[in-house]
Design a protein around this ligand. Structure first.
Ligand SMILES: C[S@@+](CC[C@H](N)C(=O)[O-])C[C@H]1O[C@@H](n2cnc3c(N)ncnc32)[C@H](O)[C@@H]1O
Length: 177
């Protein structure tokens, strides 16, 4: 398996930079992301509407790297009975998500690094969008995906939405659709 090998200190430095970036960007994030990520709204809608639940389900959800809470808000709109844990490294992102989700009950906000997050609950749905690519090494990815798997309840699902680059034009069209 190909991968990036970084020394611990370099990974730590990178995460500090990631945190600072999102602390600084939090207030403008919702505007910036629409310009930066083509079809962002469609990506979020596609992910949330794929959750195998109906609008009366009391699903327990965790949103890893929740940012300003856009995915969690869409989940609460589609599945009002959902209980959601919103986790993010950047305090300012969590502050923005608190504002965005102020009207909704059953939401827990946590500031923390998902890489060393101790899952204290089990979930019907684990979601993440544009965040897990911050796991740098293959070892980190494998270890973390195992933790996610272990946190899932029976029939639980994990969705990770992100942007990928393809060299095959037909796949690019397929992804847009
Ligand atoms: C590009 S934003 C995406 C936000 C949101 N998921 C969305 O799609 O709108 C990435 C988010 O992941 C968070 N993040 C990055 N690395 C993280 C980590 N190790 N632990 C927790 N959050 C992290 C950042 O602070 C940022 O809010």
């Amino acid at each position: 398996m190909l991968g990036v090998r970084l020394k611990k200190t370099e990974v730590g430095d990178t995460m500090e930079a990631v945190k600072k970036h999102f602390e600084d960007e939090a207030k403008e994030f919702d505007e910036i992301i629409l310009r930066l990520i083509p079809h962002y709204k469609e990506m979020i809608d596609g992910m949330v509407s794929s959750i195998p639940a109906n609008n009366s389900s009391n699903i327990n959800v965790i949103d890893l790297g929740c940012g300003t809470g856009t995915i969690s808000k869409q989940i609460k709109i589609n599945y009002p009975g959902a209980t959601i844990t919103c986790l993010d490294l950047a305090e300012n992102m969590i502050e923005m998500s608190k504002l965005k989700l102020a009207a909704f009950p059953d939401i827990r906000f946590q500031v923390g690094d998902f890489r060393n997050y101790e899952f204290d609950d089990t979930y019907d749905v684990v979601v993440s969008s544009l965040a897990l690519h911050h796991l740098v090494t293959d070892d980190d990815k494998i270890e973390f995906y195992k933790k996610i798997y272990e946190s899932l309840r029976p029939n639980g699902v994990f969705f990770n939405a992100d942007v990928i680059v393809t060299t095959q034009p037909q796949k690019a069209i397929c992804c847009q659709e």
